[in-house]
Design a protein around this ligand. Sequence first.
Ligand code: AMP
Ligand code: ZN
Length: 500
Amino acid sequence: MPLRLYNTLSGQLEELTPSDGDELRMYACGPTVYDYGHIGNFRTFLQIDVLRRLLHLEGIKMRHVMNITDVDDKIIRNAAAAGVPIGEYTPLYEQAFLDDLDSLRIERPEVLARATEHIPQMVELVERLAAVGAAYKTGEGAADGTGQGSWYFRLKAFPEYGKLSKKDLEGITDGARVDVDEYEKDSARDFALWKATKPGETCWETAIGTGRPGWHLECSAMAMKYLGESFDLHAGGEDLMFPHHENEIAQSETVTHKPLARHWMHVRFLLVDGKKMSKSEGNFYTLRDLLLKGYKASAIRLALISVPYRHQLNFTFEGLTEATNAIDRLRTFVARLKKAELAEGTTPGLQAAADKAEAGYLAALENDLNTAEARAPIFDLVRTVNSALDTGAVMAEDRERVLAVLEKFDAVFAVIEDNDAAPTKAALAWAESQGLSDKVAPELLVREGLTDEEIETLIAERNTARKQRNFRRSDEIRDELAAKGIVIEDAKDGVRWKRK
Ligand code: AMP
Ligand code: ZN
């Protein structure tokens, strides 16, 4: 069954399929690279990753384009404060963003496009808008002495303005302007396409004057370059619906007379402990903050995707612990099932349970990406099979079937395969390089205090001690490992260990 996804534009659930052959063309607004990404940003990017991975699971190829906003007021301000050109300021944060995507196992888009590398496309779009009377220039010969002006979009030139957010835009005054380069939430006025710069500020000399692009312009210009005039899906956080996405629509559709995107997906903002996340509230977390507190990247991923994208997610540390425990259950189960000695054959009851879990899982995801309902049948299956393992009622073909279902689960959720060591190590190295070692949780330092090889060596020594019936030494090693957060389990087929 094809995925049914809520379309903000139509206000309805609609099938999402590639309109053009088998490749789904999607534009997702990307980060402004002036700081490290926070968990709100990553909730949005993770939910888009869920969509991407489901489409892949269903055999649909993607052409996913994401912009990197590497010029805007905040960037210019921060770079000036740091005393470096913006081109030296943004690469660190762009790389940090990409590293964070990897830590959270968010698949990279097919195209990552930097705003500063697409100035000619943006200038051309302003020229096309000016040619039809939808863009105008102000402030020529302004008092700042530059003799340059800013370009604005004339809202009256696009009567459909507001069709996405369905805002009541009564009272739009022709020619009333607002500078919306920084996130302006509730103004519906002529917006800046291109901004005149003050002497000494970052600027480009172009046919429309010397200046720099406004934020909205980059998305319209780059979407058109990489996806054509009209494409399948446009996505972003709910704050972007107005005015950013309305402005993109106005800029693009005024010149193309085609719908910019057929389908629009907006991810609801997350709250932290029931409140809007903000630095002044002390409830503001970057991904790195959480890794340094000792939470695993997989748990952060699961906590941020387990509430469906259109529902409010209230992020709490209890939620993170719940996610940690859930992943632990899944991983322990898979390890147990893989190691079990099973007779050839199948058990009809377990085959039926696996079929039911898979069908329930896929149906929930296909129903507007309902991740919460998709999880439930998988955990039910784990419970059922665990009980069957207890009584020896699982056969070899049941194992294959159950593992295949879990593989489908992990194709989207991506938490069972254990890749947690690398993000934690990278966060620790980063903290050290930034002089932030005081932010690292003491338990994490203990946990990371032993390498895998050191653990294996200690376990081998313990095995030898046990063979020699030197239980004092074997207990000592077990206690030493436990103190460092390493749990060892003596199973029939050897010793297993894991980090707590
Ligand atoms: P920015 O880097 O601020 O441009 O944001 C990048 C993406 O994160 C955009 O799609 C935003 O809508 C989204 N975003 C920002 N804050 C939150 C939040 N608290 N919850 C969910 N998404 C957010
Ligand atoms: Zn955008």
